[in-house]
Design a protein around this ligand. Structure first.
Ligand code: DUC
Ligand code: ZN
Ligand code: ZN
Ligand code: ZN
Length: 484
């Protein structure tokens, strides 16, 4: 029997093991992993290379209309192409509802865009901004049951935020249908109050964006959200943790048995609020929410990742060009409040983290694989993704651990700038396979737009309540009142 492809003589890494072996592919899946496998129609020499699962980036905004009505800079084609160049082979992006839009239509629209452009496999978070009765009682459960097993809500941003009551509605609907609830958690009132005072006094430069998001706003929203999770016994994912205090709140809640997950992103580990402080409006390129914080926060986040308090590393890819179509859409003298939030991150998420974790020795190869591929695939129930195992999808990235690259303004997304330009990293994904097909080799991509596939997800472990309802939430049992 002849395999389709054999990747030979590499060092294979999973979230638990690192070992030298050949890896064979038949069709779209991994057929064998072993010491000396028989030949394949195609042989890939991986001597002195690492053979890793393709990265799984579960937080990226692609071809998405922002709350402010601004289209982000990427199409599914440009975003997923850039992901592939960085060794990432699966994404979860957002089907983003706006007020007045019907969620089921929104999902159809985003799915059509992805079907046309995506070059890697993709799933959707159901982003709810209009939790009316039709959404909460009909569309949301139906879409969850159809395999979109995660819901996203914002606790801030005027155009998309949900109230506490609405958040509870969405969480209860997710609980009924079986979905993880992902949340952008910052206190809306604090952000508004701070930014209005800053702008009124003329503090409008990009660096004041960081000032306008006090760390207490994150801490307060985490506490409130966790209280809701505890009340309803509904699992949640806290997006983009940025502060030491926020990580501590999560650790504390997990310690008392609340089922919550959390992520952080490369920019919170590798940047600080100083990155916003540049001449003129230049700092707008680094505006994202929550903002970058301090070196002490970086250390606390690394520690939280090492301890398992945070389980996922995502990019929060949200590309806007540094021109009137994006960051500078509000005219000549914009305030930080009018500048689109977000940075491109899909392409460099893995190279930056490989360098920080593996090359600089912070955590090691298996932890890198776990945080950037295996854990996100498990928590979000992406079938066949995130690990190298027999029967799994043959999504493979072959890394040269010695290659040094000075990052330039040459990313394959459409943001037009690289927020990490000028840094040097060691370790680079040179060859990338998606379901057995070589899609990146020698700096060239070969993947047809639309060849990526929609990932529908079963209701997995992360979506399941613990089964320990708080007394208040179970009035039927306690008081004979049927509220749900
Ligand atoms: N913040 C968000 O909440 N979403 C997209 C990007 C960002 O910076
Ligand atoms: Zn229906
Ligand atoms: Zn967010
Ligand atoms: Zn985001």
């Amino acid at each position: 029997m002849l395999y389709d492809t054999v990747i030979r003589n590499g060092v294979i890494a999973t979230a638990t093991d690192v070992f030298k072996a050949d890896l064979a592919i038949t069709g779209e899946t991994i057929a064998a992993i072993g010491a000396t496998l028989p030949p394949g129609r195609r042989e890939i020499d991986a001597t002195n290379r690492l053979v890793l699962p393709g990265g799984v980036d579960v937080h990226c905004h692609i071809e998405q209309l922002s709350g402010g009505g601004l289209m982000n800079a990427d199409s599914f084609e440009s975003a997923t192409r850039s992901a592939a160049f960085g060794g990432t082979t699966s994404v979860i992006s957002f089907a983003a509802q706006h007020r007045g839009a019907r969620l089921s239509t929104v999902v159809e629209d985003y799915a059509a865009l992805a079907r046309r452009g995506a070059v890697i496999d993709y799933g959707f978070h159901l982003m709810v901004a209009n939790p009316d009765q039709q959404t909460v009682e009909h569309d949301l459960p139906a879409l969850i049951e159809a395999g979109h097993r995660s819901v996203k809500v914002f606790m801030t941003y005027d155009a998309v935020q949900v109230s506490d009551q609405q958040l509870l509605d969405v969480m209860l609907a997710a609980r009924g249908a079986g979905a993880l609830v992902c949340v952008h958690a910052e206190n809306h009132g604090v952000l508004k109050w701070m930014s209005e005072r800053l702008v009124a006094r003329g503090y409008v430069l990009p660096k004041f964006h960081a000032v306008s998001h006090p760390r207490a706003a994150e801490v307060e929203a985490f506490h409130r959200l966790i209280a809701f999770s505890e009340l309803l016994d509904q699992p949640i994912m806290i997006f983009h943790v940025s502060t030491a205090e926020g990580a501590a709140v999560i650790r504390d809640a997990r310690g008392r048995g609340v089922k919550i997950f959390a992520e952080t992103c490369p920019h919170y580990l590798l940047m600080t609020a100083q990155d916003l402080d540049r001449p003129g409006l230049e700092g707008a390129k680094w505006i994202c929410s929550p903002p970058q914080r301090t070196a002490a926060d970086q250390e606390a986040l690394w520690r939280a990742l090492a301890l398992g308090d945070l389980q996922v590393l995502s990019s929060d890819h949200a590309p806007y060009r540094f021109d009137s179509s994006g960051k500078l859409s509000a005219g000549d003298n914009p305030t930080f409040k009018q500048m689109a939030n977000g940075m491109p991150g899909l392409e460099l998420r893995q190279p930056l983290l490989f360098d920080a974790m593996v090359s600089q020795g912070r955590m090691g190869l298996s932890k890198f694989v776990e945080l950037t591929a295996t854990a996100p695939a498990r928590i979000y129930d992406l079938p066949g993704k995130g690990s190298l195992a027999i029967g799994a999808d043959a999504d493979v990235a072959i890394w040269n651990p010695e290659r040094r690259v000075t990052l330039a303004n040459d990313l394959h997304d459409n943001a037009g700038y690289n927020p990490f330009e000028g840094r040097t990293v060691t370790g680079w994904p040179e060859t990338v396979l998606r379901r057995g097909e070589v899609i990146v080799a020698e700096g060239v991509i070969n993947a047809a737009p639309g060849s990526g596939r929609l990932l529908l997800r079963p209701a997995g472990e992360a979506t399941r309540p613990t089964g320990r309802l708080s007394a208040e939430f179970d009035p039927a049992r306690n008081f004979g009142a049927d509220l749900y």
